[in-house]
Write a protein that binds this ligand. Structure first.
Ligand SMILES: [Zn+2]
Length: 758
């Protein structure tokens, strides 16, 4: 056999991948062609990966599936746009960044808002480059000229406008929600930052009307607004719904007995007091039963004026006094001195965190969910993914109002402004002067307290410049505005929930100015590409993201943001275990790309997968798929050697070519159908099996037997490379250039079914 010039025996991906990617990019085909009337468009908005994280195998999965669809539709000659972006991932990113600060002996409290924000910004910018580079290594043919970031000015502007529109439409309100508050640091913490610690504390059994009940926190009894039992607890069923009279330390009062699933019948006596203002579970119970929120611990960590003689005592001192007084009055029946339980502590100073009610901004979701449900009912959005359409409808029907306030710096600051009275005369009467602030003074020392009082010692400017956080009472007056409405206004320090901006992602990315239109037509990206074609993402973010995008898209534009949703499953390890750092079974997609090639990883990730179902991937599978890359390479090598040996003059002698043509046409038809129906895993299986077992094993052999002409073998190989390109773009492009160097790039070719029949 004559050795083929220029084609090695094996496909060496390292030699080709980066060069091929550069050529694709240079060709300009990642960007949609100029607008023309009547064009068919195909659009995917990329789920923005967190800007602070390197890519994991789940990302590699979405990149592959979306790239397959994008490449396919590009070959169908549609105006195809894959719009990439990255997400600031508020709480998570700030947390990761603060861990880095901690390693340097610093914390967020050493910086004012602007300084901290800028530092996180720089950190994220550096990191997001990594994620983008990794997606490129996988072959992502996204339009990088349209890359968006959730915190860039154009996006922030639109997100702020949305809030203003919702305020005008009466969809925004303020309400109380519990936060994890450290009275010592004067700030609230996200769940991620809370240190949960087991410890022993006394468990007190106290007389409570006709009952006896157990509590670790007798000092909160002044905030009780009900007692509760489990609905199935026979011991107390006759009490449910009745009012009881309780003799307490401040006199007699009445409470209703309620039944709630959250009560643990095994705890204490099975009866619990409900203190919605100071316990997360009780808060939830309170929400369900419409209980009053009675705040008896202030943000200074001391008991409030609702507690009579206990007012002004710290929680610790109040507990001691309450215990003594209960004992003295014979209201304490027993004490379990060594009760083991978990307490939430401040990661910074170790103080026990107080769950405290803090006003936050909410969106009324009812009208928004109705819009999304209507779009689903009309079939304007179709869901692909094993029953997740039903889950989505269930979520939409049961969604509670959406808390969009987050007590962090890293996000879009809520455009709400509080007017502060700086005249020093009316501070006692102005509700806004009761706003609690924390700020760094000129000496960079943290100062906190009510702003009205602080204005006696500090200027408004000093407070505003060093501001870290403010907390306005529920009755505070505020203005919603794009910019500072006047000299002595302070802006809300809460930022939007990350999902508030990402829920608008399809709208704001396409609306953002500066997207490069190659033509001079006045058609905007939004007019051209909205609603988008497919939203492809993991099913685990359905309620956070997909559902909210539907609600917000419908609300802002009157149209659902995507016609199809494709949910991919979780990628598990070879044994079917969830990948996790602690298990040590996390596969690094980049390492696999380096070892086996991007095509091998892509095939391993999609082969035989079904929408909505989890799949297993490990090194063995990827290794196996490298053999497929080699198979394609060798198929091409056969043709090249054949050319050199026979000059492509072999004719068929058996009149059998027709049979093979028919079969190939059927394969084309099947793959086309499967891709149109978003059966991507099946389509991958079809091209893999047919290429390997039919084309290589049968047709190439038939050519040797002169059942298939050389001319058609060349034609057939061209068709195959086009069919395979969306799945394994690198090796097919490499082969294409080996076999047909005079032709344009494979990625710019037309899909076989679109060609005239041979
Ligand atoms: Zn603290």
């Amino acid at each position: 056999m004559v050795k083929s010039k220029g084609m090695e025996k094996r496909y060496e991906h390292q030699r080709y991948e980066e060069k091929i990617y550069r050529n694709w990019k240079k060709s300009g085909r990642f960007t949609p062609p100029p607008y023309h009337p009547g064009e068919k468009t195909f659009t995917i908005i990329m789920p923005p990966p967190n800007a602070n994280n390197p890519l994991h195998v789940g990302h590699a999965c979405f990149v592959t599936i979306e790239d397959i669809l994008i490449r396919y539709h590009r070959m169908l000659q549609e105006a195809t746009l894959w719009l990439p972006g990255t997400d600031h991932a508020g709480i998570e990113t700030q947390y990761v960044f603060e861990q880095k600060l901690k390693a340097k002996g610093k914390s967020r409290f050493d910086f004012d808002r602007q300084a901290l924000y800028q530092m996180i910004w720089d950190y994220v910018k550096e990191n997001s480059q990594t994620a983008i580079m990794q997606m490129k290594r996988l072959g992502a043919s996204a339009d990088w000229s349209r890359l968006r970031f959730t915190l860039e000015p154009d996006i922030v502007k639109d997100v702020v406008e949305t809030f203003i529109k919702m305020q005008t439409d009466g969809l925004i309100y303020r309400d109380l929600r519990l936060v994890n508050y450290c009275p010592r640091c004067g700030t609230s913490y996200s769940e991620l930052e809370v240190v949960h610690q087991e410890q022993n504390d006394p468990l007190y059994f106290i007389k409570y009307g006709p009952f006896e009940l157990a509590t670790v926190r007798p000092e909160t009894k002044f905030g009780d607004t009900a007692v509760a039992v489990h609905p199935k607890d026979q011991r107390y069923s006759q009490w449910v719904g009745k009012e009881i009279e309780v003799v307490g330390l401040l006199g007699k009062f009445n409470l209703t007995v309620i039944a709630d699933e959250l009560v643990d019948p095994e705890f204490g006596t099975g009866v619990v007091k409900v203190t919605p203002a100071h316990d997360p579970n009780d808060f939830e119970i309170g929400q369900r039963h419409g209980l009053e929120l009675k705040q008896i611990i202030g943000f200074d960590g001391k008991l409030t004026d609702l507690t009579g003689p206990y007012q002004g005592l710290t929680v610790k001192a109040a507990r001691e006094k309450v215990v003594d007084d209960l004992k003295a009055r014979g209201l304490m029946t027993q004490v379990d001195e060594n009760y083991r339980h978990t307490v939430a502590k401040c990661y910074r100073c170790g103080t026990i965190l107080e769950p405290l009610p803090r006003p936050q901004f909410f969106i009324k979701v009812k009208s928004l969910t109705q819009l999304a449900l209507k779009a689903l009912a009309k079939g304007e959005t179709q869901i692909y993914g094993a029953g997740h359409d039903k889950i989505l409808i269930h979520w939409l029907k049961n969604l509670k109002d959406w808390n969009i306030s987050r007590q962090i710096v890293w996000g879009i600051r809520i455009p709400v402004w509080y007017r502060i009275d700086t005249s020093h005369k009316t501070q006692a009467t102005s509700i806004n002067n009761q706003i609690i602030v924390g700020f760094l003074d000129k000496e960079k020392k943290l100062v906190k307290g009510e702003i009205g009082k602080l204005l006696e010692s500090y200027s408004f400017e000093e407070i505003e410049t060093g501001l870290q956080m403010l907390m306005a009472p529920p009755e505070a007056e505020y203005k919603v505005a794009r910019a500072k409405p006047g000299a002595n206004y302070l802006q809300e320090t809460d930022t939007f929930d990350t999902w508030f901006s990402s829920s608008q992602w399809p709208v704001v990315t396409l609306q953002a100015p500066g997207n490069k239109q190659q033509d001079k037509s006045k058609v905007t990206d939004f007019e051209r590409f909205y609603p988008t074609s497919v939203m492809e993402t993991a099913y685990d973010i359905l309620p956070f993201w997909v559902m909210r995008m539907m609600m917000m898209g419908c609300y802002l534009t009157g149209k659902t943001p995507f016609t199809k949703v494709y949910f991919h499953g979780l990628v598990r390890d070879e044994q079917g275990h969830k990948m996790s750092k602690s298990r040590g079974n996390v596969v690094n997609p980049l390492l696999l790309v380096e070892t086996y090639g991007a095509d091998a990883l892509r095939m391993a990730l999609v082969m035989s997968t079904t929408a909505g179902h989890d799949s297993n991937v490990g090194e063995t599978k990827v290794k196996g798929m490298r053999n497929f890359s080699n198979k394609i390479w060798n198929g091409a090598r056969f043709i090249k050697i054949n050319r050199e040996e026979t000059g492509n003059k072999k004719q068929e002698t058996s009149l059998k070519t027709k049979k093979y043509i028919k079969h190939l046409n059927q394969v084309v038809k099947l793959v086309t159908k499967q891709l149109n129906e978003l059966k991507i895993g099946l389509a991958a299986e079809t091209v893999h099996n047919q290429f390997w077992h039919w084309w290589c094993d049968e047709v190439l052999e038939a050519n040797k037997r002169l059942e298939v002409s050389d001319a058609w073998l060349e034609e057939g190989m061209k068709t195959w490379l086009k069919l395979l390109q969306p799945f394994v773009p690198f090796v097919t492009e490499a082969v294409w250039q080996e076999l047909y160097p005079q032709e344009e790039l494979l990625m710019g070719q037309v899909w076989p079914a679109m060609e005239k029949k041979v």
